[in-house]
Design a protein around this ligand. Structure first.
Ligand code: PEP
Length: 248
């Protein structure tokens, strides 16, 4: 089964609502490609204006964070049903910035994956190793442990709808990209792990992205690899270059 490519922008904490609308307008014609799922994962405050602006285009809406309860006394948080109601389809979970800066652990990440599915959102589950783990040579065990913990209790049918983003932390926002072979090695390892945890049909369907300084110059080579089904793009998603990655 051919997996559909998915190119998702992670805007992080960038773009005010009016800037977000401008960026959508700038990218509108550049990201046209019916063979690819194109997603903008935007800050919470940009969700409503971006949803309005991308109406009728090929772009789908994603969010960057939520809390695991549906509603209640959780000042400052937003819930998965709120995102769903606002038109969000994809949700980034387990990004290294949430793990490292906001202390999110695999127990919370696992709960978020399950809650996202319950609310009808598709998680983009991030995993990836630090430079120290890459140098120590223990990064494969690390990735396997992250995926195993984060998918605890998640069904095969859910995993078929999941997107996993392999994002080596040493390549995020640093300008240093994993080579296409390094990225492919880990994306294949993740697919093999899914086959072990579930079955080969599930492994064939799960989409696996690479993320980490992907740009207009290196996207085509990374995306040509058999186990890389797309990209999660930070810096380059805020520029016209994003259109070149979508069409790489
Ligand atoms: C990211 O943070 O998800 C990311 C891949 O960032 P960048 O493309 O800027 O490395």
């Amino acid at each position: 089964m051919a997996r559909r490519r998915i190119i998702a922008g992670n805007w992080k904490m960038n773009k005010t609502p009016s800037e977000a609308v401008e960026l959508c307008k700038t990218l509108k014609d550049l990201v046209k490609n019916d063979a690819v799922d194109v997603v903008y994962c935007v800050p919470a405050i940009d969700i409503v204006p971006v949803a309005e602006t991308i109406k009728g285009t090929n772009v789908e809406l994603g969010a960057e964070n939520f809390y695991i309860e549906d509603k209640g006394a959780f000042t400052g948080e937003i819930s998965a049903p709120m995102l769903k109601d606002a038109g969000v389809k994809y949700i980034i979970i387990g990004h290294s910035e949430r793990r490292d800066i906001f202390g999110e652990n695999d127990i919370l990440i696992n709960a978020k994956v399950k809650k996202a599915f319950e609310a009808g959102l598709s998680p983009i589950l991030c995993c990836g190793e630090s430079l120290a783990l890459r140098k120590a040579g223990t990064f494969k065990e690390w990735i396997k442990r992250q995926i195993t913990w984060d998918l605890d209790g998640v069904t095969a049918d859910q995993v078929k709808k999941l997107v996993i983003a392999y994002e080596p932390i040493w390549a995020i926002g640093t300008g240093e990209t994993a080579t296409a072979d390094q990225a492919e090695e880990v994306c294949k390892l993740i697919r093999d792990l899914i086959a072990e945890m579930y079955d080969s049909a599930t492994a064939e369907e799960v989409r696996i992205q690479y993320g980490g300084s992907m740009n207009a110059g290196n996207a085509a080579e990374l995306l040509s690899k058999p186990n890389i089904d797309g990209g999660l793009i930070g810096g380059a998603s805020l520029k016209e270059d994003f259109g070149k990655i979508v069409n790489a």
